[in-house]
Design a protein. Structure first.
Lengths: 363, 305
């Protein structure tokens, strides 16, 4: 018996729509088995993961707060991946954006600087994120160095740089030697949308980013170019599209979005710069981008879903003592199933039995 | 003098996991498959290797557990990319994410435990020779094994028929298929070899390098191993040079931190990663006469029948 792939005459649109759902279903089955192995009641665990967070206002807000960076980063990454440019260093661009934006917050601390502070932080964070993403992009275009490896190496560099700043020059003198900056001033903080709540302006920005990406990909020539370069590089060359220019562009945009997400996270929910500001948003966003089928609306839904797993994971840890690493396992398995199900869009799976294959193989 | 000897010993120890993991990935890539999940397979090897050694008290069983864990991880990758024709880059990333999560889960119960690290060779007279004695005759078994492994891989790739066929699959899978070679089966074995090596390389860290397990202890070594394969231009000989160079950079920055060089420690710690970027750029730039990568590297192959 052998598994054989047969190419479909054309992409199956039905499966393109259902495949993320099949993937989620398979993931939930796999996770139930894992929970059982861990000695936890699968039904209770699944409830803690997927249902409990949806039942109170605090958790719902928290899901939106966690989804904000995921969606913003994933939108940028989806542009890269559509153009066949592999930026996997969004985590580093996120951190550098957070650092650059925090620089203004730290320097204006305790001064009477006005309302310009927060917008300036946003702009600087986006620029820094874009520049940081341009390093692997330029290395790729000018020298042919693998953008996958260079962008990933720069994650470690960004992490160490942030660590140096908050342990060295930017450390809060009143912070009992903890590696953190002082709490940002109110003018350097992202305003919350509901008084006393957790939901902040970043959520609106993320929605705007989704809308902008939908317009870019669906209604503009640039968006068309990005999709053609990724899907049919030869046709794109004949069409006169410049693939290198698009690598630079998509990396810059995704870096800017990751950087912006970084400063929003620091100046919003966290409130100061410290190590560990990201529980791997830059990597989880890769899953979000694929689960959302590299489509802006899909990414919005996928981002909310993965944010749910973060919150659910925290609640399951508190309520059922399920280790937090289960969330990462969950995310990894989900990405596997998403990719496997995507294969169904292009291919038909068929089991072939060797004795029958002999007669067919003669041709 | 003793400092020089200590540094050389430390460099060899730091280079060995890189060399083992990169050797496996070199074979995988030579067959035309790009497995970016080395980091995930390594950290699984580290967690399972430590668990095996701690439970049985045997370094050998620990190493075997690491090899099995790495191989099983690579089989998931093979099933996805070779069986279901999924994009290799995305699958490799998924493998790393899964490996980091699973290893944390498996290793959680072992954090804070210690084992007796792998014994070092101790020969009468020879190991006592000043300066070179311990370097040549006083290493742990992993170091010798890694060198034997790379020689064996060189011999296999360039001196055997099977190696020639494997390289053919990597350079032109359509031709190899037309000649009747089972491309997907050969690639599956190559991926499994890569997984076994990555698992062993990961197991080396808690079994010999530091006698305990901490989550995320591979710290990007899997990714550096991938860069080393590029550095080596997919040739075993250069891989040895590259691995020892990178080991040297790692150890020198650690010593520089110890000597109190007036540079913040974080900048020194960033050196191996920055060095990787710089080396990748310089090498890619130097290669003007076309790429030396296997021509079919990373491309999907679905045999038509």
């Amino acid at each position: 018996m052998q598994l054989v792939l047969e190419k479909r005459a054309e992409r199956s649109n039905t499966i393109a729509l259902v495949s993320p759902l099949i993937a989620i279903g398979l993931t939930i089955v796999t996770m139930s088995i894992l929970f059982a192995i861990l000695g936890k009641n699968p039904l209770l665990a699944l409830h803690a993961y997927f249902i409990a967070p949806l039942t109170d206002s605090y958790s719902l807000q928290e899901i939106a707060v966690k989804a904000t960076p995921l969606v913003m980063i994933a939108i940028g990454l989806s542009l890269c991946y559509l153009a066949n440019a592999w930026n996997i260093g969004a985590e580093g661009q996120f951190l550098i954006g957070a650092v650059a934006g925090s620089w203004i917050a730290v320097k204006t601390q305790g001064t009477d600087a006005g309302a310009w502070v927060l917008p300036a932080m946003f702009v600087l964070a986006a620029v820094a994120g874009a520049l940081y993403a341009l390093i692997p992009a330029i290395c790729k275009v000018k020298f042919g160095a693998s953008e996958i490896l260079t962008s990933l190496m720069l994650v470690y560099v960004a992490d160490l740089f942030l660590d140096y700043l908050v342990r060295g020059p930017w450390r809060d003198p009143q912070g009992f030697n903890f590696p953190t900056t002082a709490e940002f001033d109110p003018v350097a903080t992202v305003p919350v949308l509901i008084e006393g709540g957790r939901l902040h302006l970043g959520a609106i920005i993320a929605l705007l980013v989704v809308a902008a990406a939908a317009v870019l990909l669906g209604r503009t020539i640039k968006g068309f170019e990005i999709r053609v370069v990724g899907a049919a590089p030869r046709a794109a060359r004949f069409g006169g599209f410049n693939a290198n220019q698009l690598i630079i562009l998509t990396f810059a945009v995704s870096g800017a979005l990751a950087g912006l997400a970084g400063i929003i996270e620091v100046a919003g929910p966290v409130g100061h710069l410290q190590p560990g500001i990201s529980p791997g948003y830059g990597f989880t966003a890769i899953i979000v981008a694929f689960l959302g089928r590299l489509n802006p609306i899909g990414i919005l839904i996928a981002g909310l879903f993965l944010a749910l797993t973060f919150i659910g994971g925290e609640q399951a840890q508190i309520a059922m003592k399920i280790p937090l690493d289960v969330t990462k396992v969950f995310q990894g398995i989900l990405l596997f199933y998403v990719l496997a199900c995507d294969s169904l869009i292009l291919y038909r799976f068929r089991l072939v039995f060797p004795n029958r294959q002999v007669t067919r193989g003669a041709g | 003098m003793e400092l020089v000897e200590a540094i050389i010993l430390a460099v060899l120890a730091a280079s060995t996991p890189l060399l083992i993991a990169a050797t496996g990935e070199l074979v995988t890539e030579r067959s035309g498959v790009l497995n970016l999940g080395v980091e995930g397979m390594m950290i699984m090897g580290a967690a399972c290797g430590f668990a095996g050694a701690w439970l049985t008290g045997s370094i050998v069983i620990g190493a075997l557990c690491g090899i099995v864990a790495g191989t099983l991880m690579s089989l998931i990758f093979a099933l996805m990319t070779l069986g279901l024709a999924v994009n290799q880059v995305a699958t490799g990333l998924a493998l790393t994410i899964l490996g980091v999560g699973l290893s944390g889960l498996i290793g959680a119960g072992f954090v804070g435990e210690r084992i007796t690290p792998a014994a070092h060779l101790d020969l009468p007279v020879l190991t006592r020779i000043p300066l070179i004695g311990r370097v040549l005759f006083g290493e742990d078994a992993f170091v010798y094994f890694s060198l034997a492994l790379i020689v064996a891989v060189w011999w296999f790739l360039y001196r055997t028929r099977a190696g020639l066929v494997l390289r053919a699959c990597g350079d032109n899978h359509v031709s190899a298929h037309a000649l009747g070679y089972p491309v997907l089966r050969i690639r599956t074995f190559a991926v499994m070899f890569g997984g076994a090596c990555a698992g062993l390389a990961g197991a080396y860290l808690p079994l010999a390098y530091t006698p305990f397990f901490i989550p995320g202890m591979t710290a990007g070594r899997g990714w550096i191993a991938l860069a080393l394969v590029v550095f080596s231009s997919w040739r075993p000989g250069r891989l040895v040079v590259g691995a020892y160079l990178f080991g040297a950079v790692t150890i020198l920055q650690l010593h520089a931190q110890g000597w109190g060089v007036g540079v913040p420690s974080q900048f020194m710690s960033a050196l191996p990663y920055l060095a990787t970027v710089i080396v990748l750029v310089l090498l890619s730039r130097a290669r003007t006469g076309g790429s030396t990568a296997p021509a079919a590297l990373g491309t999907v192959f679905v045999p038509d029948r």
